[in-house]
Every structure is written in C-alpha cells, then in structure tokens.
Write a protein of this length. Structure first.
Length: 320
C-alpha cells in the first residue's frame, strides 16, 4: 500500500516507519533539511511540504494517509494550535479526497475529551471537549470532529481515529525527557503524591493498531488504543524514569494548589505575551492531577487489536 505520512520525523511517525517501511511504500512529509535527513535515514522518501500546504500531487497514487503531525507543545499561542491542529487537518482532508485517497488514519488523543475533569472508566461514547479551556484539548477535539465528519464511505473515503493515552517507549522525547529534565534540575514534584490512576500506551502497541487501522475498523469511528490494565501515575513514572537511573524522589504538592496557581499565572503570561512557559501550565496542572482510566474494548472488537507488548516487558526493554 502506498501511504502518505505526516509527522514522520517524530516519535510516533518514526516508529510507524520503522515497523512498516518494508511492507508499504511510505512517503513522509518533511518540513526541513533536518527532517529530510531523519526520514531518509529510515529508508523512505521525504516529501517537502507542511500542514496547510499539502498538494494533491504529493498524494498521487496514495491509498492511505496516516496523520501523526500535530502541535503538541505544552505552551504556545492559541493561533498556532488552531492553525496546525485544526486547519492543517482540514486542508489535509480536503486534498486527500481530491487525490482519491481511500483511508485516512488520524492519531488523536484522550486529551480531546478533557476540560479539567476526572475521566474514570471512559469509553468512546464520551463527548469531545469542543469548548475545553486548554488549547491542545480544544484543537484536537475540533480536528477529530473534522475527521469524523469527513467520513464518506459512499464516496470511497473512510476515516479512522486512534486515541492513545500517555505514549511511551524507546525514543520517547516527550514524557520521558520532560520528566527527566525536571528531575535533574530539582524541579520535579508529584501532584497529590502521584496517586491518580491512568491508562498508558506503549509505542509498539500504538504502531500495531496503526497497521490494523489501514484496513480495519468502521469509518468515522474513534478507538482507544491502550496497554493492558491501569496504573498510578506515581508507579508508572517511577518505573519509567528508573530505566534511566533517575530517582523522582518524594516531594509532592497538592493538586488544588497547583491548579489554582496555574489558573492565575497562565493568564498573566498570555496577557503579557510572554514566549517562555509559566512555572506550570493550566493543562499540565489539571491533567496530571486527574484520573484518566479508559476502556479499550472497542478496539479489540472493531480493529482486532490486542497489545503486542506488556507494560512490564516494555519497561524491561528500555532499561539502561
């Protein structure tokens, strides 16, 4: 199958390439010389383009699009989240239909449901947070709605949404590196002791589901892609960072205090148009102090998904 991939130089896109480059003909969006090199090193062809600027010619002969690219930074102008996550997805859907692409696999997130609340025992019937106060959540929710609404099986165009939670594993440059950096700088503290329960998604499990979604699943539907079982944030991050010989310590701060602090400081930062992130963002303070336990039965039934690696084995594999 010929596939056009966005986010090929990132964690998820890169893992997809490593798993499927020999099985499929993959073209990957590239925005720079650096990205060109990273993509070529994985043995596939870079296509110089960017979100909001994909052309039908870039998609010639492609049967599927795997859309991994998104603005996932913890801090940034609302307009950038909107431009890349929403308008970038809208434009890609439009040219995909024009180019005759048959299937569009969108990498979503459980954060698209989040507006500050606990999410306990949530399945795919839970509503999107289209008015979330957090730019990442709101724009990912709006992007997912676009993907769902674009589904047109009668016109030969099907869309599938995969929703991982807290992606982790080899080559993780987000969760692992962010927490490691805070710990090494002496700035890490648990929120409410890290006792909030969470679901997680190992990168190998997500990539396996991405492969399944190329041909399986019901168009216009979303699927949570999860590791087996649930775990407390403290237990997970302690084990995860221990693979890098990093001790996260016992320092803790109450969630109510950090949420209140972020609710005060973030508007000040935005009002002053400061480029640096505030001490803690509202999104981080809220999502790391709330439970997020998800139900993955739909993916097992609709995609034939099952985890290819356990959490214990994944931690063992990345230990130094």
């Amino acid at each position: 199958m010929k596939i056009f991939l966005t986010g090929g130089s990132g964690f998820v896109g890169g893992a997809f390439i490593k798993s499927f480059a020999k099985e499929h003909d993959i073209l990957a969006m590239s925005r720079s010389v650096k990205s060109d090199a990273a993509i070529k090193a994985l043995g596939i062809t870079p296509i110089r383009s960017s979100l909001n600027a994909v052309e039908t010619a870039h998609l010639k002969g492609c049967e599927a699009i795997v859309h991994c690219a998104a603005y996932v930074e913890e801090w940034g102008p609302w307009v950038i989240y909107e431009k890349l996550n929403v308008e970038g997805t809208r434009q890609l859907l439009e040219v995909a239909k024009q180019a005759g692409v048959k299937r569009f696999v969108h990498i979503g997130t459980e954060a698209a449901l989040f507006y500050g609340q606990h999410m306990r025992g949530v399945d795919e019937t839970y509503p999107l947070a289209l008015k979330s106060p957090f730019p990442y959540s709101r724009t990912k929710a709006k992007a997912e709605k676009l993907v769902r609404d674009a589904n047109d099986p009668q016109g030969g165009f099907e869309t599938i949404i995969l929703r991982p939670r807290m992606i982790w594993g080899p080559d993780d440059q987000t969760v692992l590196q962010a927490v490691k950096g805070m710990a090494q700088a002496g700035k890490f503290a648990w929120i409410d002791g890290g006792r909030a329960m969470t679901s997680t998604t190992h990168i190998d499990n997500l990539v396996s589901a991405m492969g399944l979604a190329l041909t399986r699943g019901t168009g216009g539907e979303a699927y949570f892609i999860l590791d087996d079982g649930q775990i407390s944030i403290r237990e997970f991050l302690t084990s995860y960072l221990a693979t890098q010989n990093v001790d996260l310590g016992k320092k803790s701060m109450p969630g109510w205090f950090l949420r209140g602090l972020s609710n005060v400081t973030e508007p000040i930062w935005r009002g002053l148009n400061l480029k640096s992130a505030p001490p803690i963002t509202k999104f981080t303070a809220h999502i790391m102090s709330r439970e997020c336990t998800l139900i993955g039965d739909k993916a097992r039934e609709g995609l034939g998904y099952k985890p290819v690696i356990t959490r214990a084995q994944g931690l063992k594999d990345i230990s130094l």
